[in-house]
Design a protein around this ligand. Structure first.
Ligand SMILES: Cc1ncc(COP(=O)(O)O)c(C=O)c1O
Length: 389
């Protein structure tokens, strides 16, 4: 097909031209002075994205899954009790990583489509009178359901319970698109990947680490080698890595950080909020329902849409791919075959979103769903026209 494919999945996102060009530079010596300067620049830039002045940034070649592992392996010891907040597929996998490292994970589970209730976190921690629970695991933006949990409220709940557990937060599909306030929210480890809000190809695992998490890592005994952040931090201070770094991705990261800085983080968040609301209105005007039931918890980076009863979402996604070369996210875990997901994160503008929504509308219609053609687009366009950028 001519034109560009519509990658409307919730990550990897489209990589902007500027970033592609930056990544095509010739490689440089990763032990030389130019590289050291690059490392300093990207670490400093990432602090801004995590909104931290105190936190330390740790980078590895890897992905979000590796970032989970780095987070757990550095902060916990086998046998530690942890509270795992589960509201979807990725939060379940985060907990599974902790179990694999020997943690005893107690889960606070809510149905797919709900956010993590801070009051239940508080109740759970209050019941742990001797402070055996070492960490609370939570996914800020649950990519399988399109739900954003309220991390500030969870921090407040932990403080009200006067519980010293570490707050370990997956910000894989929020960082760089939805507000993430590492310092203000008292997060101990926030972990992410490169391929979503940071607009890069996949290939980096990125963490922000608090002083408290750093201290915990000194006595934590989970086995670790590649994921051990101590040598990374030590060598980063000299502008180096203890392994061969993903140099091209760091070139790209420098450029994507510059793009986010030029737009300004509040504008980036507003752009995503506006596009997300347009998408939700469009989907609802098509007569479909959202998996995220509470409007206050609906994600600004993706929308999970319930397929009408009796229709298979996976078959619909395959149909959209075949007919318009448009990729939509599949349903994961408990909602496999029941939902499809529209990604609207990273580098995206109004017309790109509208193109994607037109594709959804057309392919639903040709798949046999009774949509009134143009209804979704009209709702999105009206909202965008009414709502200032
Ligand atoms: C919230 C969340 N956490 C973790 C992951 C796993 O990341 P990766 O696929 O980069 O390993 C994903 C992937 O989409 C995700 O959305």
């Amino acid at each position: 097909m001519s034109g560009r494919p519509f990658l409307q999945i919730p990550g990897p996102t489209l990589v902007p031209e500027r970033v592609v060009r930056a990544m095509s530079q010739p490689l440089i010596d990763h032990r030389g002075p130019k590289f050291a300067m690059l490392v300093r620049e990207v670490l400093e830039g990432l602090k801004g994205i995590f909104q931290t002045s105190e936190g330390l940034i740790v980078l590895y070649p890897g992905s979000g899954t590796g970032a989970w592992e780095a987070c757990i392996a550095n902060t916990l010891s086998p046998g530690n009790r942890v509270l795992g907040c589960v509201n979807g597929h990725f939060s379940m996998l985060f907990c599974r990583t902790a179990r694999a490292y020997g943690s005893q994970v107690e889960t606070l589970e809510v149905p797919y489509g709900a956010g993590i209730p801070a009051d239940q976190v508080e109740a759970h921690l209050r019941a742990d009178k001797t402070h055996q629970i070492k960490a609370v695991l939570v996914v800020h933006n649950e990519t399988s359901t399109g739900v954003t949990s309220h991390i500030a409220a969870i921090r407040q709940a932990m403080d009200r319970a006067r519980h010293p557990a570490l707050l370990l937060v997956d910000v894989v599909s929020s960082l760089g698109s939805i507000d993430v306030r590492f310092d203000e929210w008292g997060v101990d480890v926030a972990l992410a990947g490169a391929q979503k809000g940071l607009m890069l190809p996949p290939g980096l695992a990125i963490l922000a680490v608090s002083e408290k998490a750093l201290k915990a890592s000194r006595s934590a005994t989970c086995p670790r080698a590649f994921w051990d952040w101590a040598p990374v931090l030590e060598r980063n201070a000299r502008g180096e890595f203890p392994y061969t770094p993903a140099t091209s991705l760091l070139f790209g990261l420098k450029e994507s950080l510059a793009m986010l800085a030029e737009e300004g983080l509040p504008n980036v968040f507003h752009r995503h909020a506006r596009l997300a609301e347009a998408c939700r209105r469009a989907v609802q005007a098509m007569g479909l329902t959202l998996l995220a039931r509470n409007p206050a918890e609906r994600s600004n980076t993706l929308t999970a849409v319930c397929m009408p009863e009796g229709l298979d979402a996976d078959a619909y996604i395959a149909h959209a791919q075949k007919s318009l070369d448009m990729s939509l996210g599949v349903g994961l875990g408990e909602v496999k075959g029941k939902v499809f997901r529209i990604g609207h994160l990273g580098s995206l503008n109004e017309l790109e979103l509208l193109g994607g929504l037109a594709g959804v509308e057309m392919t639903l219609w040709s798949f046999g769903v009774s949509v009134s053609l143009g209804a979704g687009l009209a709702a999105a366009e009206a909202y965008l026209l009414d709502t200032p950028c």
